[in-house]
Design a protein around this ligand. Sequence first.
Ligand code: AMP
Ligand code: MG
Length: 412
Amino acid sequence: MISVEEAQKTILESIFPLGLEKVNILDALGRVIGEDIHAGRNIPPKDNSAMDGYALRAGDTRGASPEGPIRFEVIEEIPAGSIPQKRIGPGQAARIMTGAPIPEGADAVVQMEDTRKGETDVTVFVEVKEGQDIRRAGEDVRQGEKVISRGEIIRPAEVGMLSSLGRSFILVHQRPLVAVVSTGDELVDIDEVLPPGKIISSNSYSLAALVLDCGAIPLQIGIAKDRREDLVAKFRDAMRADLIVSSGGVSVGDYDLVKEIMKEVGNRMQFWRVAMKPGRPLAFGALEKVPVVGLPGNPVSAMVSFEQFIRPALLKMMGHQHLFRRTVQARLTERIEKKKGIRHFIRARIRRDGESYAVVTTGDQGSGILKSMVRANGLIILPEVATTAKAGEKVTVQLLDNSLEWAPEPGY
Ligand code: AMP
Ligand code: MG
């Protein structure tokens, strides 16, 4: 038997980031950028007004107050998007809208609320300081400044920044194409007739969904019957992917054809017994150059193993620096018995409990019980050495989604 870490390490050591591709910034959302972005221009490009008001010379407002207002001649109106035509001289002002460029000669803006508009003039009731309500050219971004670094994840804010710099395309890491092959004579696809003794191949879909959830692209190869020709054909079909995930046929007591075919079609196949539950059997190797991970067939074993071994590998391929799910410490609310020597991944529901977290299991932990996976938002991880975990104990929980970050109320 090998440990979860050993299996993880061996897999990750033979997985490498894919190359880069140029994509539109909206398609880059959630992906890892493969280039540094330096600003090609100042943002904002010119000094401009932060307010609707009047651009003028700050010095000319000295002494202005509600009791002793000062009148200015209004020589121009500057809507946003226009270019000022006139220079502001002593005692003059230009009516200016938010975002419009500051005219020459002016060094401050007095906001509308502190003025009263006349026919061809304006009355100003306050003193303003030099620079007041002026947004300086380059105050957001200076030309040449590095604004996004290679390796960062593109979020809506980065999309906004890139667009304001005029960058509609950027280099990001490619998304791996991941072939999903389900094996087993007992399997039929969702829409096929379901004869007695057969089951729907839910792994074909849960695994494809896990692939999508990582940001990769599933290639649903479908079901391979436990027959030599069919297995060979399906695995060959899968070889145009960047990684192959199969389910079923790797257990010890199994109809061993899948293992045999894997050895035959590929090379360097290793068949492990990983010290974990669910998901003890695991195959790893390559079909020619394409990495293959053979997951156990039981629906929960397949999903839990995917989480531990394939998700980090796919994130690595996509250029991510952080490959692992967050874990948090939570107070266990019930007693759990386990087998010594094996790491247990127990489906559970974790929730906030004051300043910390509480966690409860989601029911039957059989490796075919998908319902307890549906109810779970995390996996309690009990170490190999343990035989029990008591109610009230702190346990490690691997988060399976970001539901802990959601709130029913705004929270402010
Ligand atoms: P295996 O690892 O091939 O021995 O499969 C173990 C058990 O997992 C089988 O008896 C099925 O009940 C179940 N199973 C295997 N493949 C799938 C699949 N694609 N979808 C749902 N259940 C599966
Ligand atoms: Mg099988």
